[in-house]
Design a protein around this ligand. Sequence first.
Ligand code: AMP
Length: 283
Amino acid sequence: MQIIRQPAAMTAWAKEQSKAGHSIGFVPTMGFFHQGHLSLMRMAASRAALVVVSLFVNPTQFGPQEDLAAYPRDFERDSTLAAEAGVAVLFAPDAADMYPKGCSTTVTVGNELTSQLCGVSRPGHFAGVATVVCKLFNIIQPDLAVFGEKDWQQLAVIRRMTADLNLGVEIVGHPIVREADGLAMSSRNTYLAPSQRESALSLSRALALARKLAAEGERNTARLTAALRDFILSFPETAVDYISFVHQHTLQELAQADEDTVLALAVKIGGRVRLIDNGRVLG
Ligand code: AMP
C-alpha cells in the first residue's frame, strides 16, 4: 500500500491508473478505523479494481466548540489495517495542503437537506463535508465512492451534491455496522466511559422500540417521538438532541410513518459524547 500526502501526487497516481484502465473505488474517512470503515473498504474493493482511502480529520466540518483537537487518531494502526484490507493508496494530506492560503471556495448544499437534523446543532458542518468531499473527488477522480448509512444525512447531502455538480461519481451506501449488542460503531465510541456504555445503547434500542410500536400499528410520529423520548431519557446521563421521522430521500419531517420513513436519532451521553443512529421503521 502506498501512502500519499500531496494532492498533486494523488491526482498523478489516479490519472495513471485511469490511463491503464483501472477503476478506482474511494472511501473517505477521518481515521481511527473500526469494522465499519473496513467493511466500506471491502465493499469498494468488490466493485473497483483499486481502492483509495482518504484519512483526513477535516477541520472545516467541526464547529468551534467541537472535538477537532481531541478527535481520536492512530496513523500507524490505521495504515496497517488499511493495508490488510487490500487498500492500494492511503491518502493522508495535511490541512495546509488541502486548504492552502487563499483558498476561499465553499460548496453548500440547499437548506432542504442541511438545515434540519444534525444541521441544527452543527451549523456549517455539511458545508465543510460537501466541500472536502468535492475536493477529494476532484483530487482522486474515483469511479465510485462508498459512504456509510450511519451518517444518513451526510449520504443524502453527498448524493445531492454529486448529482447537482455532475461530478460523475457513483455513490454507494453501506449499511450500518454494529457491535454485537447493537451499538453503531463509531470512532467517537472511544469517548464513552465504561459506565456510559449502557446508555449508548439507548439509540439502537430506541430504534428497536420504534419498529415494535410501528409493527403494532402506531404510525403517528408525534406519539412515537414522545414514547422514544421517555425511553431514551430512562437511561442515565442521556439528553436528546433530536428524534426525527423523515423521508429517506428528502429528509422532510413526516407526521405518519410509512415504508419510506427513516427514524434519525442524536443523543448526548454525559453532556459530552454525541452519538447518532438511524434506521427504517417499517419494511
Ligand atoms: P468517519 O471516519 O467517521 O468520517 O466515517 C467514514 C465513513 O465511514 C463514513 O462514510 C461513515 O458513514 C462510515 N461509517 C462510520 N461508522 C460506520 C458504521 N458503524 N457503519 C457503517 N459505516 C460507518
